[in-house]
Write a protein that binds this ligand. Sequence first.
Ligand code: ADP
Ligand code: MG
Length: 699
Amino acid sequence: MLRPSDPVAGLGGLNMAQKRAIKSLGAETVGDLLEITPRRYDDYSNTVSIRAAPRNEPVTIKVTVKQLKKQPGFRRRITIIRGLLEDATGSLAVVWFNQPWLLDELKPGREIFVSGTITAKPKFGSQMANPIWEATDSPLVAAGTIAPVYPLTGSVAQKTMRELMARIVEDVDDAPDPIPEDVRSRARVAPLLDAYRSVHRPTSLDDAEEGRRRLAFDEILVYRLALGSARHDADEAGAPAVPFDEAFAKKFVSHLPFPLTPDQKKAAWASFQDMTLTRPMRRLLQGDVGSGKTVVAAFLMAMASRSDQSAVMMAPTELLAKQHASSVRRFLQVEGTPVLLLTSSEKTLWEGGEKTVFNLKQARERVLRGRLVVLGTHALLERSMLPPDTALAVVDEQHRFGVAQREALSVATRPDGKVPHLLSMTATPIPRSLALTFYGDLDVSVIRQKPSGRLPITTRVLVGEGRPLDFAQGRLPAYDLVRREVAAGHRAFVVCPLIDPSDRLGVKSATDEAKRLAAGPLRGLRIGLLHGRLSNADKDGVMSSFVEGLLDVLVATTVVEVGVDVPEATVMLIEGAERFGLAQLHQLRGRVGRSSHPSFCFLLTDAEGDAVDRLTVLERTNDGFVIAEEDMKLRGSGNVLGTQQSGRDIFRAARSTDLELMTLAREAAESLLQNDPDLAKSPLLAARVASVRETSHRE
Ligand code: ADP
Ligand code: MG
């Protein structure tokens, strides 16, 4: 007998593999384990005889092992085991890869269930490859059932997880439900214990979906409750007001090198109104790549500093923080506002026409004195480097949805307990239905028009001919264009994908490509190389050479994905384009088309079929919202919630397509909070809310 609150440490009778599984999942209680939702299910419930077994769909067959042999030779590192199984109706060939122990386990004469898909190949005849199997004398875990497919980490086998979970659901006979009965019945979701059973040992795919729906409901509900309480806390704490100085605003605008677009003005004006209040602003600024979000942020920061308070802006990378420092400095020149760049490798202050380089201690001292604008990386600013008089915090390009969700939850507080106004900027278009649920209380401003004079980026998909390394023919038009553009004084990016998993930073793929281009297709051009392994000083050096025009072509990994702004760059070549998502390609493409010169993007691929068709969406449109929607359709219910299926993510069961459920959970959260603002009557729910808020603070 088990309860969800029991510690996993107390679980008896586990084998080593199962203990390792639990440890790698970081689960502390039985409930933690039960909340792990399968990625999908394999339907092995179709039990048939060998003769009646259909091809190309999952089946389960009860068989006797006739013989099992190791296939000699071939490639040394792979063990291949071939077997022959039989039942009353015929015999079946099977093959297993890399499971040498089967020779000991599956002796001739043993009766087992095998589950898998039989395929027929002209050369090998019909066979089942890598079937799962189970002894007929033990209760079935996978064979003959709807088998959950769990997200796995490291060395834990699917079989281990299935056995572990099957056993746990079997033993749990009571699960106190954190959600009151009336709320549950209004949303028509199953009781918790039933949901656990449906999810881990479903009797049908519909049953599994019922269970998932309940767990998803919980996640969304808890998230909404956490949002509500975060907002409540922020309101209680209050924000420093930033008075609106109209004369100053006019002066700022008149000193800009360009007129603001109507949407930029609207976004700035809405924010100024929020900032005059002592209720903390929580605003999301959405604008496609190149739409000009930075200047809006600079405008707000200038206003904060006009009121003798500080403002900070956080970027996801050092590269971007540096770029912000230089553009924001340009925009702020009018007033001579002190600007501090704060990254792990560089701490520089510009004040009164002077530039001072600090060490960490000096930088911290300066930060503590306040009255400045700080541009830095999240990593640095979130930790103790927030000026005590910060009135405004801007978060740029936090375009991973999952991170943004946490940000909506966390409330940065100053030493005096006040909460700075928050502007969060993203180029990721978020469909309205999701924005409503996941940002809920954030106000949203959208920049739709691009600055005038921008031309759409001409995009072409080029399919390489022949072998992957035979770059010759298909890529020629792209290289010709690079040469022509460089001759006209412009620049080009070449982005390389991560190919080899051991090459996590893309060092090899980008280095090889730079060499190849220099030796052949782009010989004679000045080619630079940018990847994650370079020292910060080298990255800087390469980047500024490219910005200044000392390099014609920059071969890079996706480090250039977000925010990099080099208006003279007019060509973007993306190698291995099929490896990227559409939204990411759109981001990368957004590195060009930042001036009034025509720009071009080539998506180079050696793939075929669907992978190529998908890319043509980018040929047809430059609209980030359209692309995001296509991306969502193509990827189906998957990952728009942006969270990986690991660790303790907030959303594991919920999907971006659960629109009805989102509405139900939103309503449930509202009514719960209305009747019981502190959730005093639902302690289990309150504990979950607290834990979500706690997690978002730590990350
Ligand atoms: P993003 O929204 O992708 O962060 P940026 O803020 O980097 O875009 O702006 C892209 C480029 O457009 C920059 O070079 C910026 O100076 C320029 N820009 C911004 N607003 C305008 C405008 N209203 N008119 C002309 N150029 C502008
Ligand atoms: Mg930007």
